[in-house]
Design a protein around this ligand. Sequence first.
Ligand SMILES: [Zn+2]
Length: 118
Amino acid sequence: MPSENDTVDVAAAERALREKQADLEQRLGRFSAIPERGSNLGFGKRIGDGTIEAVDRLNQIGVGTRLESRLERVERALEKVEDGTYGTCDVCGDAIDPRRLKVAPESTVCVACPLPAR
Ligand SMILES: [Zn+2]
């Protein structure tokens, strides 16, 4: 009988992935609502705060980019759930360590393989 550590609970992984996907989409929706840099919306309400707000905005743009690439990985992992290849490496086809999947359900490659370039 396999122990909990060497089986992949695909149903649980799918639930976790769907939650991550919904959360990321919501956060990205908020980020994409931020006005473009150079727009005056949201600026100038309080004198002296503009610089800090601009820095915050740049930081948020960086976070938004990372969220997008995370969302791509989550969506790819969900594709694998749907086509029945969840838990196998996209590159070499070997099984991905279930402990790795537990920590990061969006893993689509094994520890030995680099993430494919996009
Ligand atoms: Zn691999």
